[in-house]
Design a protein around this ligand. Sequence first.
Ligand code: NAD
Length: 263
Amino acid sequence: MHDQLKGRTIFITGSGGVLGSTYVRRMLAQGARVIASDLPGHRAEALQDAHGANENFRFYDLDVGDEDQVTGIFQRILTDGWEPNVILNNAAITGELLMGAGKPFPSFADTSVSDWERTLRTNLTGAFMIARQMDRDIIGKWPCALINVASMYALNGPHHAIYEGMPFKSFSAYSTTKAGIHGLTLWLAGYWAPKKATVNTIAPGAVFNGHSDEFQRRVGELIMAGRMAQPDEIADAMLFLCSAQAGYMTGQLVNVDGGFSGW
Ligand SMILES: NC(=O)c1ccc[n+]([C@@H]2O[C@H](COP(=O)([O-])OP(=O)(O)OC[C@H]3O[C@@H](n4cnc5c(N)ncnc54)[C@H](O)[C@@H]3O)[C@@H](O)[C@H]2O)c1
């Protein structure tokens, strides 16, 4: 099947990351028009290098934490002639990204208010501002789907012991934002239903991205499938949620975690 997403015009925030770039590649292959966005930088450039020549691909610089940029984004897209009908609140700042690779990860006691607030600003306020702008600019004009991205650490606590001795930890603010984003899904689902818009949350599990054998072993023991996910396995579920076949689903949390949350 190569036309699962024909007729879908999909806008994605944070498109240059491990999962975002996989979604873009897979969506284009299924006939979607893809409006990618991210912070300016090497990830955004790699995405444009890979897909810039594809007539079904467009890219916009967008910091989801910047209110002025978010306020203008749909008008920019509409002025350029495309009408997005699927929106992915995918951008997020992880603890690792926030601290910077190689820097010591703070304990909970040492977590600064500024790191906490920066995480909330991107992951939660950014998602809210995108949804609010959808409401202002496109909801009610044509049927839409919003997909908010949570995590296996939204409604399940991390097993802190698996991070012992690892260069990264699970970050308290990250989990908090991922639980919060499902609250936004539930609030919006009923609010937008009369206007023919659906809202769902996807909660990916642990995605392999060069992790050490020891970390893979530790986390694998907590997952029914016994291993981390490949990005394409999360994309399989994401593509379904973006498709017309998901039209009767709204207000749902879809776990794609190899059974982590199912024990
Ligand atoms: N990879 C995983 O194991 C995993 C597991 C569960 C959930 N998730 C979620 O999936 C989504 C994608 O994750 P990923 O693994 O691709 O992460 P990633 O860190 O590879 O990519 C995140 C992207 O968001 C962008 N971003 C950060 N701040 C931004 C801002 N202010 N404005 C716009 N873009 C910004 C980054 O530039 C980056 O391209 C995130 O919401 C993440 O929380 C990932």
